[in-house]
Ligand binder design. Structure first.
Ligand SMILES: [Zn+2]
Length: 251
């Protein structure tokens, strides 16, 4: 049976009726794929011990007819600092859920793999307060939306393409951006946010993560940024993000 090597990060474990374990993983080489560990539920299974969340795993995968199987696995990077902290674990689960739900099977994108790896590392090393981790989740989510072609526009009104004046802007998830008071229609589903928040959201696409983390963002603004990022994500997904709810319970 042909095999291939892959650098992988676990996104989610799926239910499996037999003794096997079934995972969604994101790989550098093939993007999101589903893999099976034969007999993975048995305590003595050595492969299952290496296929865990919050590791980068060097995997040998055997091609299968319906699902590829893990033939070998070795932990390459251990994000143990995430596992030892409930709030960091909850934040990292948000990243995994965003990638799992937004990415289609077998569409490789190096940028997504690197972003996931780098943000897991950032969360692990972070000395940020719990509520500040929310910024990381928001910036990560917006960057992923951008990579996948769902970038919301925060710089100009989606209708008239002009700069939006005033302290408040209308956020229009269904239109993929913001609107000005002159253009927003009565039947547009919208949320009002501070203009400063919209400006920071726009920077999420233009600036690298180091610069984003240097921005001075107050707690209430961070909450508003998070709520906007979540609205755009949930609009694309058409379902709620469960990890985001869990993360908020840790604050
Ligand atoms: Zn307008």
């Amino acid at each position: 049976m042909p095999t291939y090597r892959a650098n992988a990060i676990v996104l989610k474990e799926n239910d499996c009726l037999k003794d096997d374990r079934l995972f969604n993983i994101y790989t550098k080489e093939k993007g999101k794929i589903q893999i099976r560990i034969t007999g993975g539920k048995k305590i003595k299974n050595k492969l299952a011990a290496h296929v865990q969340p919050f590791f980068e795993i060097d995997m040998l995968i055997a091609k299968g007819r319906s699902c590829d199987r893990v033939a070998g696995a070795r932990s390459a990077v251990n994000f143990s600092g995430i596992r030892n902290d409930l709030c960091k674990t909850a934040a990292a689960c948000c990243l995994q859920e965003v990638v799992d739900k937004l990415c289609k099977i077998q569409v490789p994108d190096d940028r997504i793999y690197s972003l996931l790896f780098n943000y897991l590392k950032l969360i692990e090393d972070s000395r940020l307060k719990s509520w500040e981790l929310e910024k990381l989740i928001s910036f990560f989510s917006l960057k992923i939306l951008g990579f996948l072609g769902y970038r919301p526009w925060f710089e100009i009104c989606v209708y008239c393409q002009k700069k939006v004046f005033g302290d408040k802007v209308y956020l229009l998830p269904a239109k993929g951006g913001i609107g000005c008071s002159r253009c927003v229609k009565d039947n547009d589903k919208h949320v009002t946010v501070n203009k400063k928040t919209a400006e920071i959201l726009g920077l999420a696409y233009l600036e690298n993560t180091d610069n984003l983390l240097r921005l001075k963002i107050e707690k209430n603004q961070s909450e508003e940024i998070s709520s906007v990022a979540k609205k755009f994500l949930e609009y694309q997904l058409e379902k709620p993000l469960l990890s985001f709810e869990f993360f908020r319970t840790c604050l």
